[in-house]
Design a protein around this ligand. Structure first.
Ligand SMILES: Cc1cc2nc3c(=O)[nH]c(=O)nc-3n(C[C@H](O)[C@H](O)[C@H](O)COP(=O)(O)OP(=O)(O)OC[C@H]3O[C@@H](n4cnc5c(N)ncnc54)[C@H](O)[C@@H]3O)c2cc1C
Length: 450
C-alpha cells in the first residue's frame, strides 16, 4: 500500500456536487492550509449529481408546491447561492440556464390551492405571475391543446415566472468548483480519483482514511458520499438511529421540443420526492424530459453493479423500520403511489401508465412521442428516523463533534450544495481553529434578506 505522510487539515470523501462545493468554499473562504478530496470513480459527479441522474432544477421554493413558506425561505437562500456563484463566474447559458417555469393546478380544487398559495408566497417571490388559460395558450400552448387542436376542458391555472434562472447542470457545476478552488495556489488542494474509501479510523487524534492504494491522514473528515454517507457512518458506529431507503427515479423522454420551460404539478406534501414534471433537457437538444418516477430499489448506486449488501446494511432493518414501512403502506395515497411507480418500470404497460400521468401536463402526448430514458435517473437515499419511526423529508447531517461529519443529501441536495458547504466549512473552522471569511461569503454568495 502506498504511503502518504502528509497530514491534511481537511479531507473530503466524495466528489459529487456536495463534496466539490465544500472543496471550493474551503479554498476560497477559509485559511485552512490543505484540503484533499477522494472520489471513488474516475470522474467527478458520475452518480446523482450527473446531469442525466437528476431533474436539473434549481429548487428555490417558488413552484415546489409541497414546500411550506418556512421551508421555501430556507431553500431560496441556498438556491440563490448557486445563482450568484454562476453569475460571478459568468456561467450563464453554460452551467445555469434561464427559461420559464411554473406549477399548474388542474380542476377546481387545485386551481384554488394555486391561487391561495400565490397570495401567500408572492411577497417572498415578487416576480411570480398568475397565468390563466388564455395566457397559457400563448406561453406554454402544449398545456392546453390536445392532438386534434381542441382546448382543455378543465380549469387550469399556472403560477410561475418567465425570466428566472431555473436549471443547472450540476455535473459541470461541480467541475467548475474544483477548477476555481485550484486557482488558489497558496494552499494545498489535492484530488484523487479512482480512490474508494474503504475504512476510516481515528488514531492519536488523526484520521487515517484507507483506499485500496493508499492511506491518507487528516485532522478532520467530511463525508459527502451521497447514499454511501450513512453506510460509512454506520461502519464507524455513528448514526445508528437512522436507516436509509434508496428511492430511485427514472425518466421518460420525448424526441421533440414540447415544453418551453419547466412545468410542475401540485404535489402531495406527504411525498418527499418531486412530483412528475416536464421540461426541456439542458444536455439533450430538442428533447423534453418527463419524470422522475419513484421506485424503491435494493441498492445504493443506480446503473452500477453491486451495492446490494451496502443497501441491507444501511437499511438497519428492525422493528422500528418495519413500523415505518407499515405506516407508509397504511396510507392509501402513499401505497398507490408506490405501486404505481413500480408499474412505470414495466416494459410497455409502464409506458401506458406513465403516459396517463404525463397527459395531465401535456394532453396531446401520445405513446409514440415518449420512450423510457435508458440510463437516466439516480438514487435518493431517504432517511428513516428510527427513534421517531418516521420517513424524513429531505436532507440530514450527522456532526459527531469529533472532527468527522456525514451528509445525507436526497433532493434538493444539489441545489443546497453551497448552503450545506457553508454550514460544514464553519464547523471545520471551529474544529481546526481556522478563520471563515463570512463577510466575503455573504457579499459574494448571499442575497440581502427581505
Ligand atoms: C431522480 C432524481 C432527481 C433529482 N432532481 C433534483 C433536482 O432537480 N434538483 C436538486 O437540487 N436535486 C435533485 N436531486 C437530488 C440531487 O441529485 C442530489 O441531492 C445531489 O446530487 C447529491 O449530491 P452529492 O454530491 O451529495 O451526492 P452524489 O452526487 O451521489 O455524489 C457522491 C459521490 O461520492 C462518491 N463516493 C461514494 N462512496 C465513496 C467512497 N467510499 N469513497 C470515495 N467516494 C465515494 C460517489 O462516487 C459520488 O461521486 C435529484 C435526485 C434524483 C435521484
Amino acid at each position: 500500500m502506498a504511503k502518504n505522510d502528509d497530514i491534511y487539515e481537511l479531507l473530503i470523501v466524495g466528489g459529487g456536487v456536495s463534496g466539490s462545493a465544500l472543496f471550493y468554499e474551503v479554498a476560497t473562504y477559509t485559511d485552512i492550509s490543505s484540503v484533499c478530496l477522494l472520489e471513488k470513480y474516475d470522474e467527478l459527479s458520475l452518480l446523482n449529481s450527473n446531469a442525466t441522474a437528476n431533474s436539473q432544477t434549481i429548487h428555490c421554493g417558488d413552484i415546489e408546491t409541497n414546500y411550506t413558506l418556512e421551508k421555501a425561505k430556507k431553500v431560496k437562500i441556498t438556491a440563490k447561492m448557486v445563482e450568484k456563484y454562476c453569475l460571478q463566474h459568468g456561467y450563464e447559458d453554460e452551467i445555469m440556464f434561464k427559461h420559464q417555469k411554473m406549477a399548474i393546478g388542474i380542476g377546481y380544487e387545485e386551481c384554488r390551492f394555486m391561487l391561495k398559495r400565490y397570495e401567500e408566497f408572492k411577497e417572498l417571490y415578487p416576480y411570480l405571475e398568475v397565468y390563466d388559460k388564455q395566457k397559457l395558450e400563448q406561453i406554454e400552448p402544449a398545456l392546453i391543446f390536445d392532438k386534434d387542436g381542441n382546448g382543455r376542458d378543465e380549469e387550469i391555472v399556472g403560477v410561475g415566472a418567465t425570466d428566472e434562472y431555473a436549471t443547472a447542470n450540476f455535473k459541470t457545476l461541480s467541475q467548475s468548483f474544483i477548477d476555481n478552488a485550484k486557482k488558489n495556489k497558496k494552499i494545498k488542494t489535492d484530488i484523487f480519483l479512482n480512490s474508494q474509501v474503504k475504512n476510516i479510523e481515528k488514531i492519536d487524534g488523526i484520521y487515517q482514511v484507507k483506499t485500496k492504494k493508499a492511506t491518507y491522514k487528516a485532522k478532520m473528515v467530511i463525508v459527502n458520499a451521497g447514499a454511501h454517507s450513512l453506510y460509512i457512518a454506520h461502519s464507524m458506529g455513528y448514526g445508528k438511529h437512522y436507516g436509509q431507503i434508496p428511492i430511485a427515479g427514472s425518466f421518460y423522454k420525448a424526441h421533440k421540443h414540447i415544453l418551453k420551460g419547466k412545468v410542475y404539478m401540485v404535489q402531495n406534501p406527504k411525498l418527499p420526492f418531486a412530483a412528475l414534471h416536464g421540461d426541456p433537457d439542458v444536455t439533450l437538444d430538442d428533447n423534453t424530459r418527463f419524470g422522475p418516477t419513484a421506485l424503491v430499489l435494493p441498492k445504493l448506486e443506480r446503473f452500477r453493479s453491486g451495492t446490494y449488501i451496502d443497501f441491507f446494511k444501511t437499511l438497519q432493518l428492525d422493528i422500528n423500520v418495519l413500523k415505518i414501512f407499515f405506516n407508509l403502506f397504511k396510507d392509501s395515497q402513499i401505497r398507490n403511489y408506490i405501486l404505481r411507480n413500480f408499474l412505470f418500470e414495466v416494459p410497455y404497460f409502464g409506458k401506458l401508465a406513465f403516459l396517463k400521468d404525463a397527459r395531465k401536463i401535456v394532453p396531446s402526448l401520445s405513446a409514440k412521442d415518449i420512450e423510457y430514458a435508458d440510463g437516466f435517473g439516480g438514487v435518493r437515499g431517504q432517511i428513516l428516523d428510527k427513534k421517531n419511526q418516521k420517513l424524513m423529508l429531505g436532507e440530514a447531517s450527522i456532526n459527531t463533534g469529533e472532527g468527522i461529519v456525514f451528509n445525507m443529501t436526497p433532493s434538493p441536495g444539489a441545489t443546497s450544495c453551497l448552503g450545506n458547504a457553508k454550514r460544514d466549512v464553519q464547523i471545520a473552522c471551529i474544529y481546526l481553529d481556522r478563520k471563515f471569511d463570512k463577510k466575503r461569503f455573504e457579499k459574494e454568495l448571499e442575497e440581502e434578506q427581505i
